[in-house]
Design a protein around this ligand. Structure first.
Ligand SMILES: Cc1cc2nc3c(=O)[nH]c(=O)nc-3n(C[C@H](O)[C@H](O)[C@H](O)COP(=O)(O)OP(=O)(O)OC[C@H]3O[C@@H](n4cnc5c(N)ncnc54)[C@H](O)[C@@H]3O)c2cc1C
Length: 424
């Protein structure tokens, strides 16, 4: 397989195990092997607890031992080589159980997906089976303190030194870096060419001399985001992903996988993406919320619940339609920005409706673990979906320029060597 070949898991092609017999096999294995979710909790709530890294590794090892890890990953790298339909069936069957959802984004759906397409055989055999066994959590080192939207304008430097690179600089907003093992890190290897042409993507071991990871306290009381400082970090040239100075090609595809994951279209996500579920809290929970508030008879609330249900249906159909269109070549890969934008705006609307329904009951008390407080905490994270994976404004830019073919926005640094661009 060439490094640039785009790997797209097919729908079931007739040579694989029949989806319904797979479903029954999965159902019986899950009942024997996986712990049930505690009453009233979903995997999203469970995975927010402190020990989530260790819990996820433990659960992923069980899946791996049972032959249910990496359903859509190629068999030669430890996956099961099955189809999206098998993954959907497994997601539905796994709903009552604890699942290692922490691995889904970015490890499986973004970084492993990118490694499949651009990694060398040695890199793929080194990391993909370890990832699927639950031994490696990965993180993205892309955004920098100077700004994340202009990713190609980053300033972290990688300087060649014999058969290694030496990396200096800083990354920020890296989700879960403190508990992760490896990162894909984009750095500048050439400043004498325009900004997109002098970048290289590296595999970076996080726990090594020169890498300092600091957690950032967030408004909801967690410290999931991190900032990293690189002081002469050594990376062997065998850990370059793709070609030196061609990291933008790798990053563009990584961002495609990120949009796909955030928008709900990734085949590598296991255990959450099922019909009727939205990001974070389950959509059906909104009906329960309205019932608890005694508002199911309120005409306006009923209209809001209907709006939310319609958004959920549209989201699921949009994901399937756009994913199928991209797979068939009828739509360009940047069309992945469409479901990603819809997911962000409909999640905001979902949480606005929750606040409208619950009012002051959603106020958060840090030590409280009631269902209403969970809604309040979700509301504090409301904006995250419009920034993570690139902002909603940038998604609109992508749709207008690269899907609809409208003129590109003006850029003062286009085609100018990076070291001649005026900064700040
Ligand atoms: C939940 C979450 C998880 C994240 N995880 C990671 C991670 O793991 N690794 C990582 O590297 N980063 C991560 N990020 C960072 C994320 O990629 C950045 O927040 C995002 O790219 C925006 O960058 P910024 O915050 O620096 O905002 P800026 O780039 O400074 O932008 C500020 C505002 O200006 C707008 N803007 C900027 N340029 C334009 C333009 N050309 N046209 C129109 N509007 C524009 C933006 O939309 C935004 O509203 C995460 C962010 C969130 C919220």
């Amino acid at each position: 397989m060439s490094a640039r070949e785009v790997v797209v898991p097919a729908e079931s092609d007739g040579t694989m195990e029949d989806v319904e017999s797979f479903r029954l096999r999965a159902r019986s294995w899950l009942a024997d092997a996986m712990p049930l979710l505690p009453e009233g909790m979903n995997n999203h709530q469970l995975s927010r607890q402190d020990e989530m890294g260790e819990r996820a590794r433990y659960l992923q090892r069980i899946l791996s031992g049972g032959g249910f890890a990496g359903l859509c990953f190629p068999r030669e790298y430890g996956g099961q080589g099955l189809s999206r339909a098998h993954q959907r069936a497994f997601n539905q069957e796994s709903l009552p159980y604890q699942m290692p959802t922490l691995f889904n984004v970015p490890t499986f759906s973004i970084l492993a997906a990118t490694l499949i397409e651009f990694g060398t055989e040695e890199q793929k055999h080194r990391h993909l089976p370890a990832i699927l066994r639950g031994d490696e959590l990965w993180v993205q080192f892309l955004s920098e303190p100077s700004g994340g939207s202009d990713l190609a304008g980053l300033v972290t430097r990688a300087t060649r030194d014999g058969d290694t690179f030496v990396i200096n600089g800083s990354k920020i907003w890296s989700s879960g870096a403190f508990r992760s093992d490896y990162a894909m890190c984009l750095a500048r290897t050439n400043s004498q060419v325009p900004k997109h042409r002098g970048l290289t993507m590296f595999i970076m071991k996080i726990h090594q001399p020169g890498v300092e990871v600091r957690q950032i306290a967030m408004v909801n009381g967690t410290a999931e985001f991190c900032q990293e400082f690189f002081d002469d970090v050594i990376v062997p040239d065998g850990d370059v992903v793709g070609e030196v100075d061609d990291g933008w090609t790798v990053a563009s595809r990584l961002l495609f996988h990120e949009r796909d994951a955030v928008g709900g279209g990734s085949p590598y996500i296991s255990g959450v993406a099922v019909a009727g579920s939205g990001g974070g809290a389950q959509r059906s929970d909104l009906v329960n919320l309205a019932a608890r508030m005694g508002k199911l008879g309120d005409v306006r609330v009923r209209q809001l619940l209907a709006e939310d249900r319609i958004n959920s249906r549209v989201q699921n159909q949009l994901v399937r339609r756009i994913s199928a269109g991209i797979r068939a070549g009828a739509l360009p890969p940047p069309a992945g920005a469409l479901p990603r934008l819809f997911a962000a705006t409909s999640t905001e609307r979902h949480l606005d409706i929750a606040l409208d329904v619950a009012g002051g009951s959603m106020a958060v008390w840090m030590d409280e673990d009631s269902e209403d407080a969970n809604w309040g905490e979700a509301f504090l994270n409301r904006q995250g979906g419009s920034l993570g994976g690139g902002s909603s404004e940038m998604a609109r830019n992508i749709i207008s320029e690269r899907v609809l073919g409208m003129p590109r926005e003006p850029a003062a640094d286009r085609d100018i060597p990076f070291d001649q661009v005026r900064h700040n």
